[in-house]
Design a protein around this ligand. Structure first.
Ligand SMILES: *Cc1c(COP(=O)(O)O)cnc(C)c1O
Length: 388
């Protein structure tokens, strides 16, 4: 291929976007031992592994309580249920996020109200939130909750969002599906909002080998309600039902797997930060990610912005051809999606969301990405951008 030949070296094969195989090689024996233990225990859903995991996760992020559940979407649903969010309630969410953030709100019959982002971090913009809350009130909706998303692994600006939430009487929730392990002002994600939800989907920074999720909360009564809701609304014993709940339990195999992965997680976070630093030094001609000076990211994605007017499809095609996988998170913001376009937005529109969705490009990112492969990614991207 002419395209590939123009680069100075061959693609160091293979170059996966996220390399779960390299991680599995590292922990294979421990994972197999942990899984055998669960098989021998005969307890496959909840049980001791799940309890140990919940304590370990809470300890990891200094949260008072961790309530595990089936996935990150259910984690959001549990919080909305626990707070009795429903029809007539407005829940403020970014439009530049994975669909689950708004979907969980719409599923409760409440109104997801879309808020713009900051151009440099892609996280929720505080003035836009204020405008949206005022507009919701004017429209006759009850502003109840704001769900900030820690996009691509960096915590949202909780220090700016919390005073607005407090002043307006809305509850601040963190959708930390992409940021578990990150910090803001020296505090770990898990204690930066009234509730924090996360996901253990395999591709997330801390992922299992299936689906999993969790909610972190300080208040023990709220934790009890979440536990009840995830198990069919049980009351003081198994067949007494205090409320309408659903089934969102974490299975023991995933808990055992997560305990092994949590063990190497701090080391993996450091490796991710090294990879991000190296990208920052290598990449030319694109805007590299901005992390606040008092924050750390866990780099769920390494997302650059292409110069305005770049043909992103052509850049991606060139990279694919050269063996460099790329992805666009997210090409269509939620307020532009058929299923969500009827929901309200900041009355001043979402200009930064629109701009970001046209220009972002995510590059291979995982803790096991070698310097040689990063060199190749940077060189390939530069060559793709230089083409007429
Ligand atoms: C992945 C993700 C979710 C949903 O998590 P699942 O475990 O896949 O249900 C929610 N919000 C954001 C921002 C996500 O990235």
């Amino acid at each position: 291929m002419a395209v590939v030949k123009s680069l100075t070296r061959d693609a160091p094969e293979p170059l996966p976007f996220i390399d779960l195989a390299a991680q599995k090689e590292r922990i294979k024996d421990r994972i197999e031992a942990a899984m055998s233990e669960v098989l021998a225990s005969g307890q496959y859903v909840l049980g001791p592994h799940v309890e140990i995991l919940e304590s370990a996760l809470a300890e990891f992020c200094n949260a008072a309580h961790c309530v595990s559940c089936a996935n990150g979407t259910d984690a959001l649903g549990l919080v909305l249920m626990a707070e009795g969010i429903g029809p007539g309630d407005a829940v403020f969410v970014p439009s530049f996020t994975f669909v689950a953030t708004a979907e969980s709100v719409a599923l409760r019959g409440a109104t997801p109200f879309f808020v713009d982002i900051d151009a440099d971090t892609f996280n929720m913009n505080a003035p836009s939130l204020t405008r949206a809350i005022r507009a919701a009130r004017k429209a006759g909706l009850r502003p109840r909750m704001v769900i900030a998303v820690d996009l691509f692994g960096q915590p949202a600006d909780y220090d700016k969002l919390a005073p607005i939430a407090e002043e307006q009487g809305v509850l601040l929730v963190a959708d930390a599906a992409q940021s578990f392990g990150a910090t803001l002002g020296g505090k770990r994600v898990g204690t930066l909002a009234a509730y924090t939800t996360t996901s253990f989907f395999p591709a997330k920074p801390l992922g299992c080998y299936g689906d999993g999720g969790a909610v972190f909360v300080e208040d023990s009564d709220k934790a009890e309600i979440l536990r009840s809701l995830r198990g069919h609304g049980t009351g003081s014993h198994r067949y007494e039902h205090a409320r309408v709940g659903f089934n969102s339990r974490l299975d023991s195999l995933q808990a055992a797997i997560l305990l092994v992965k949590l063990d190497i997680f701090p080391d993996e976070i450091e490796a991710r930060q090294d990879v991000a630093r190296r990208y920052g030094e290598l990449l030319r001609g694109v805007t590299t990610p901005h992390v606040r000076s008092d924050a750390t990211s866990v780099w769920a994605q390494y997302t650059v912005e292409l110069p305005p007017g770049t043909d992103r499809d052509a850049v991606q095609a060139y990279c694919t051809h050269a063996g460099v996988p790329t992805a666009v998170y997210y090409p269509i913001p939620l307020h532009r999606q058929r299923a969500y376009s009827q929901y309200p937005c900041d009355p001043e529109g979402l200009p930064q969301t629109e701009a970001a969705s046209l220009r972002v490009l995510s590059l291979p990112m995982h803790p096991y990405l070698s310097a040689a492969k990063q060199d190749y990614v940077a060189e390939t991207l530069a060559a793709a951008l230089e083409r007429p």
